[in-house]
Design a protein around this ligand. Structure first.
Ligand code: PLP
Length: 417
């Protein structure tokens, strides 16, 4: 039972968990026994319709047969060689085929490693130390980006993590999201190596870029000799095969990927212009390495996932499910609120009438959101326990699942005051 496991976990792990957002499920986290299609099955035998989907990677739902088949086949052949394997060539080719900015790729094991490495490349390539990031953007759990970070860093009240040297903090310039004026002012100083941005903010709830914001960043960075990094760990292969850069038609110099490209297995990737990527060791002097880089299991799961995405149907289904849900949620809530949706992911904010940056998101009535989360959980629907995460849909969220979800959302949200 979840309660017994939680009692043990509290003595084993800081805060009882291995990633902070998981502790947000009150009074204690449910423990998952299995996942299948759109469902999670808990250790308490509750069946939940899942809109968290591993925080984004599972665009095909849980335990997709094609991914199972690919991983099983790979396991029979061994799973770690310490040498290159065919799988990495195949997955890199798919990424380069679809992601416009990608001419070369480096595989790592998490989104955190991807952004850490992309920032290092930008510093090595330009010879500059500073970077610009946006308030509320979350780029993983390394020192250079845990400054005004969103996601669990904001949820648990540590947008500035302890333990980061002040010398590191002094190299990071922060601007509000969607604020080109601030970015221009910072870039004009001529000492910024790169601007790193979530092309859709998915870590303070969902916040779309305003018209012209991404294009403006592209022009400004070009003008000032600064590299533009799109952190597409969430949006890569979610907003279509070409990610946010195809969706918004703005091409960065470097892109970081993760989540979907590993089909639910640990992964990260940095890709971009050949000349910039060649800064990496062994061709260049910017160091990156990893025992598990390009491990054949993650590669195989990623290939199987992207092949399934190529059929096209997945995007139609995920967009339909997200649109219908977001519209019905919007209609059901009777207090001031905002529903921000981009294509197939979204979030709702209560007690506010616009959310265009992190400061707006922080004004939302989080206690009401948490109450909605708790009631939905009791009724069999799992949405993120934190306001500062996103709801995702998968190809397994068919009409029946969506209709069942809508009636549950309605009965919870109509009563919120
Ligand atoms: C935009 C973005 N970048 C980077 C990361 C870090 O990825 P990981 O958790 O795989 O380290 C995340 C994680 O949610 C993310 O949403």
């Amino acid at each position: 039972m979840s309660h017994d496991l939680w009692e043990q976990a509290k003595t084993l792990f800081a805060g009882g968990v291995n990633s902070p957002v998981r502790a947000g499920v009150k009074p204690f986290p449910f423990y998952t026994k299995s996942g299948k299609g759109p469902y999670l099955i808990t250790e308490d035998s509750q069946r939940l319709i899942d809109y968290v989907l591993g925080y984004g990677p599972l665009i095909l739902g849980h335990a997709h047969p094609k991914v199972i088949e690919a991983v099983k086949e790979q396991i029979d052949e061994g799973w770690l060689y310490g040498t290159p394997s065919k799988t990495e060539v195949e997955l890199a080719k798919l990424i380069i085929k679809y992601v416009p900015s990608a001419e070369k790729v480096r595989f790592v094991n998490s989104g955190t490693e991807a952004t850490m490495t992309a920032l290092r490349i930008s510093r090595g390539y330009t010879g500059r130390d500073k970077i610009l990031k946006f308030d509320g953007n979350y780029h993983g759990a390394h020192d250079y980006v845990l400054i005004d970070a969103g996601s669990a860093a904001t949820e648990f009240g540590v947008p500035f993590s302890q333990g980061i040297p002040k010398e590191v903090v002094s190299t990071v310039v922060i601007c509000p999201y969607n604020d080109l004026e601030c970015s221009e002012k910072a870039l004009r100083r001529g000492d910024i190596a790169s601007v790193i941005v979530e092309p859709v903010m998915g870590n303070m709830g969902v916040i779309p870029p305003k018209d012209g914001f991404l294009k403006g960043l592209r022009e400004l960075t070009k003008e000032h000799g600064t590299l533009l990094i799109f952190d597409e760990v969430i949006t890569g292969f979610r907003l279509g095969l070409g990610g946010a850069q195809s969706y918004f038609k703005v091409i960065p110099d470097l892109t970081t990927l993760g989540k979907i490209i590993g089909g639910g297995f640990p992964i990260g990737a940095i890709c971009g212009k050949r000349e910039v990527m060649d800064s990496l060791t062994p061709s260049g002097r910017v160091f990156n390495a990893g025992t598990f880089n390009a491990n054949p299991i993650s590669m195989s799961a990623g290939i199987a996932t992207i092949r399934e995405l190529e059929s096209g149907n997945v995007y139609v289904k995920t967009e339909k499910a997200a649109t219908e849900l977001a519209e019905e949620i919007d209609k059901a809530i009777r207090i001031p609120h905002v529903v921000n949706r981009v294509y197939n992911f979204f979030q709702f904010f209560l007690g506010v009438d616009r959310v265009e940056n992190a400061a707006d998101a922080r004004k939302a009535k989080r206690e009401l959101y948490v109450r909605a989360h708790e009631k939905l959980l009791k009724s069999g629907v799992f949405i993120p326990p934190s306001q500062f995460e996103a709801l995702f849909t998968s190809s397994e969220h068919n009409d029946d699942i969506v209709n069942e979800s809508i009636s549950k959302f309605k009965s919870v949200l109509e009563d919120l005051v």
